[in-house]
Design a protein around this ligand. Structure first.
Ligand code: CTP
Length: 404
């Protein structure tokens, strides 16, 4: 915590009083804390309280100079957004959560949040009925996909007398959570250009049918998200998925293996690393029928297949200084097959997904992987959220770049 720049955004909610203790604790641990508040937030606690606890003027208004920084008010939001190592919105009201989801930026807090490229933690705290409302739940789910870290509220007695989820977590829990995010939020990939692929590919049989696979895209999206939060310039080449684009990531949508091949070839030119988390089809229909294939009597049509280009394999042949990371999903002789793939495709790392130990990886939010490097050393990881797995993979890239 010592020296960390922690920007705390306080919105309207009775839990704002608890955030006073949180800010005091951060300051006590040596963090450099700045606070900004919405107008509704100031109805619950005055800016004076937060400025006494953080020992800094509180930023409240988009339009007036309020001594919260020496910068010009026309650029203050950018300055604050860049200053932060992490932004914590606590309490995050249902209203502010809804504004974030839609990019509404009508006060200083929402403007700074929109401009911020650092990790953002949301701590929703509100009445249980508001928290459980479909609109709030949907908004939080969207924000989670975009890479916001959403803390689960505590459950219990609420200010309204209702019982249920919606309580602001205790100060120690908040501090521990922020500490955990800060630990993963190095800026060690700043300026590195990384291409990440994600999701399945769809290989058209006819205008309505395709051959696809069960990949959800979550692992690749987690990688893009984590890399962007560590300062990388990320291009995400995504097969068909319904996932939201992570914050500060450039997304290119593709459908087929061939389209993915072309997109990756193009964007890899200037990249220092390519991470292929996509589940690329190995075979595609040799020809796509121009019209929908009709059922004709008892004849069963046959679909002739052809091989798709090997995207990683092609990059591996003209590797240059680029780091290449592949994924392997095996159902038998896992480690042997993965090591063989690593060599064949000339990779720096291969991430082995174990189906034997983790039957439900498709669509799951966690993963169990083994990372094997070109020297043959393997690192077995326990079951971790995909975001944490992504950070472990990126740690390895960062280490290789440091050694070079
Ligand atoms: N891959 C790729 N291009 C393809 C197929 C796969 O770049 N046409 C990448 C995947 O994104 C993954 C790695 O190669 O990172 C391994 O994919 P996989 O399909 O398991 O490997 P294959 O080489 O196809 O080997 P096999 O099908 O024999 O397991």
């Amino acid at each position: 915590m010592r020296g960390a720049h922690i920007l705390v955004g306080v919105t309207g909610g009775i839990a704002a009083y608890k955030v006073c203790y949180f800010v005091r604790e951060l300051a006590r641990r040596g963090a450099d804390v700045r606070v900004m508040m919405t107008e509704a937030g100031q109805r619950f606690v005055t800016p004076l309280t937060f400025s006494a606890l953080s020992r800094y003027p509180v930023a409240v208004d988009l339009w007036t100079a309020d001594q919260s920084s020496d910068t010009d008010i026309s650029t203050r939001h950018i300055h604050l957004a860049n200053w932060a190592d992490v932004l914590v919105i606590a309490p995050a009201s249902a209203n502010t959560v809804a504004k974030f989801t839609h990019g509404i930026s009508d006060n200083l807090l929402t403007v700074v949040t929109l401009a911020c490229s650092r990790p953002i933690i949301l701590v929703p705290a509100m009445d249980a009925d508001m928290y459980l409302n479909e609109a709030t739940q949907r908004n939080l789910a969207v924000l989670r996909e975009r890479g916001f870290h959403v803390m689960l509220p505590g459950s219990g007695e609420l200010a309204s007398g209702l019982k249920g989820p919606g309580r602001l977590p205790e100060v120690e829990e908040l501090v521990a959570y922020v500490g955990g995010i800060l630990k993963q939020a190095h800026r060690d990939l700043r300026g590195k250009r990384i291409v990440v692929t994600a999701g399945p590919t769809y290989e058209a049989i006819d205008p309505v049918r395709f051959i696809g696979n069960r990949s959800s895209g979550k692992m690749g999206f987690a990688l893009a998200n984590a890399a962007a939060q560590r300062g990388a310039v990320v291009t995400l080449v995504a097969g068909p998925t319904h996932l939201e684009t992570p914050r500060k990531v450039k997304r290119i949508n593709v459908e087929s293996a061939l389209q993915m091949f072309n997109a990756v070839q193009h964007h890899a030119k200037n990249a220092q690393a390519v991470v292929m988390a996509a589940a690329v089809a190995d075979y595609a229909p040799a020809r796509m029928a121009k019209q929908k294939i009709k059922k004709t009597g008892d004849d069963v049509p046959e679909i002739a297949l052809t091989q798709t280009p090997d995207i990683l394999g092609t990059l591996g042949k003209k590797k240059g200084k680029r780091l290449l990371v592949g994924f392997a999903l095996e159902t038998e002789r896992e480690e042997r097959n993965a090591r063989e793939k690593l060599k064949r495709k000339n990779l720096d790392l291969i991430v082995l997904n174990s189906l034997a130990t983790h039957r439900t990886i498709f669509g799951s939010d966690s993963n169990i992987v083994t990372i094997i490097d070109a020297s043959g050393t393997k690192q077995e990881l326990p079951e971790l959220p995909k975001f944490d797995v992504a950070n472990r993979i990126l740690d390895r890239l960062a280490l290789m770049w440091r050694k070079k």
